[in-house]
Ligand binder design. Sequence first.
Ligand code: HEM
Length: 152
Amino acid sequence: MQTLLALHNIGRWGFVIFGLYAITKCILGLVKNQEYTKSHNLSAVLFVAFTHLQLLLGFILYFGKGWAENFSDMGNAMGNATLRFFTVEHTISMLLAIILIQIGRTKSKKAEDARSKHKKALIFFSIGFIIALAMIPWPFRGEVARALWPSF
Ligand code: HEM
């Protein structure tokens, strides 16, 4: 489980870096009126791939490390900042962010012209990215803070 937690920690950087890359590609695509090229597609694929990786690892950690068991004593879990954050807040917000990012990908793929492909991806990717960014346990998050990189 510690290895999976370390991967989930590192996977955050893949999510942040490729999220910024995919969003920048959408903005440039719109501003410069670019065609939807292979590089735009690749940036979206990489972002979505890291999103799914985090989802998979998150689920394994959630059930494998016993976070889900806090549901049997929600009163206690809600009264403790760390338990509440990982049992409810982090998980639900990340699920919402991932759903939005996936909707953006699907809508962008289905869109007819390049402009709306860039636009649909930009809107959904940006909202999902901001929600996820806000719910990462950064070192400045007080009680729920976690390290920027795992210690091996
Ligand atoms: C983009 C999506 C996500 C990002 C960027 C992200 C990021 C992180 C980070 C940086 C940590 C701290 C890791 C550490 O302590 O070294 C963490 C912990 C955790 N995450 Fe996520 N996460 C995401 C999605 C999810 C999802 C969807 C779930 C659940 C389904 C989840 C469940 C957890 C749990 C349970 C922990 C605490 C693990 C433990 O200490 O036992 N995460 N997450």
